[in-house]
Design a protein around this ligand. Sequence first.
Ligand code: FAD
Length: 444
Amino acid sequence: MTDIKVNGLNEPGLTFHELEQGFTIKEAITEAGRCLNCAKPLCRTGCPIDNDIPGFIYALSRGNIGEAREIIAERSNLPAVCGRVCPHEKQCEGHCVLAKKQQGIKIGKLERFIADFDAAMHLSRDKVPAKINGKVAVIGSGPAGLTVAGDLAKQGFNVVVFEAESEPGGVLLYGIPEYRLPKKVVRQEIERIASLGVTFITNCLVGVNITVDQLFDQGFDAVFIGTGTALAKGLDIPGKDLMGVIQATYFLRTIVLYNDGKIDRKEVPVYKDDQVLIIGGGNVAMDAARSALRLGARVTVVYRRTESDLTALRSEYEGAVAEGAAFCWQASPLAFIGKEGMLTGLEIATPTGKTILPANKVLLAIGSRPAARIVSTTKGIEVNPAGYVITKQTPYGMTTLKGVFAGGDVVHQPATVVLAMKEAKRVAKGIAAYVQAKKLLEEC
Ligand code: FAD
């Protein structure tokens, strides 16, 4: 397990170690044995990437874990990730017929078991086809970029991934906290994609270190943009520049960098006994709240709507409450209050009037949008007024610039890992069809 230096000090047992324990082999096979193997498997219908869930569960129930992993690999490049962070209760598990009797199969946990067991035992291996079908540049290595890279490599494309950070993974590595998604797991999944022959070039910010036009000059047949939504939204109210007003995604990123020994503890901007307010009600807000609690802070989440309107997963909200986060509902921020440049509180309006909540840190978790580095340095890629890249149906995922494709959050607004993967899988097909047609025309 990763050495967690940033540790919870306020609550015994509240650490960054993974919360959810996986199945033992006996538990996994027993759970798989409960599957009814329905003639019409609704679990599969509920999976955005059409995973052959009954297939891999059946293989597992017979103890064929390598075969189960191979079945998953036909549709997914990130099973250990999806097994942990997908909203299963709304997808596969929510559709399981046994869920009506509160006895639904724990599909996410089974997927996670198969992927983890296989990674530890090296049971299955993907076939590595010869790279004869063309050269594709993938910009960004979050779930969208990794899916395009994996799917195209399996089809014999020569794929090079260009990533701005020093390590691939996108939000999987730098956003979702260790206690929900251990970084070791993300790295294992990426190693498997690399073993398909995918090359990763890190510390390369496309639009600054290299342009899309230069990628074409280097002989790439197509370019995929999977750059997510890197720009966190600010709150344009008085006091926004006070020391102590921080983006939640920045805070989460510093924890990963600190744990990796890349920055000092003092650069992680939350300390024991800090009074922290989190503004927002989505998964980022819950991750920031629960991470700040682990650093010994006192945490209140400030949300402009009611409990039933929270966009965060119910389990994330309940986890935050159980760990000690307070919630302030129907609270609209009016101004950051400060003294000598330092934050001291947040003025809010509630249905009962205005009040000031004391705080020395506010973490903003109110959304994000795409950066313009690539579109501003490449002629012909159109975006909508909010900055999201416009793509076509045919070939699927192509932007308004020939040969340049896009997918994931940079097109569809921040969503989920599996929705980014779903789109990326469709775009990978679009890229394959485009490159095949391009090669054919070149031969003619
Ligand atoms: P990203 O994951 O954002 O990846 C984009 C990549 O592109 C990054 O690596 C970035 O460094 C790189 N990049 C950007 N610009 C450039 C450039 N110019 N040149 C080179 N590289 C570049 N979803 C779930 O399903 N379950 C969850 O529990 C969940 N929790 C979340 C928690 C947090 C804190 C956050 C922020 C998101 C969470 N999500 C969750 C949402 C999910 O992570 C995203 O929807 C998903 O990561 C989007 O994938 P992507 O590949 O489009 O973008």
